[in-house]
Design a protein around this ligand. Structure first.
Ligand SMILES: [Cu+2]
Length: 122
């Protein structure tokens, strides 16, 4: 069941009813030992490109190559000073390719999945 849901999310960036879908840009940097990352997330309106401030969403992640293996607890994204920018710390269980999932509850319901490579720094 969980697997079916995440497969749908991969292909679906669905805004519920009103407004333009939200676009997300993601940039993650190592935050200490192991695969722990501080991720900056920039939300913008996909049409007007205006920053989306006052959004509420959680961030979680799973590995497309290892379905149902990982079960990261979603963490709330914290708004930063810059408009439309949020931060979330992801304590991953291993390096590799993850799908980072944003579950947005406000200003509209939306789910965004971004593929991201988390590799150990050389
Ligand atoms: Cu894994």
């Amino acid at each position: 069941m969980k697997y079916a849901i995440s497969a749908v999310v991969l292909y679906c960036c669905c805004s519920a009813g009103f407004g333009a879908p939200i676009k997300a840009d993601l940039e993650c940097r190592p935050a200490g030992a192991g695969p722990v990352y501080d991720c900056m997330i920039r939300l913008s309106d996909s049409k007007s490109r205006a920053p989306v401030s006052d959004a509420a969403f959680t961030v979680s992640a799973d590995m497309p190559s290892m379905p149902m293996t990982h079960n990261l607890r979603p963490v709330p994204a914290l708004p930063q000073r810059a408009a439309g920018v949020y931060r979330a710390r992801l304590a991953l269980e291993m390096y590799g390719k993850w799908n980072v999932k944003l579950r947005i509850s406000s200003p509209m319901q939306d789910q965004i999945t971004k593929a991201y490579d988390f590799f150990e720094a050389p």
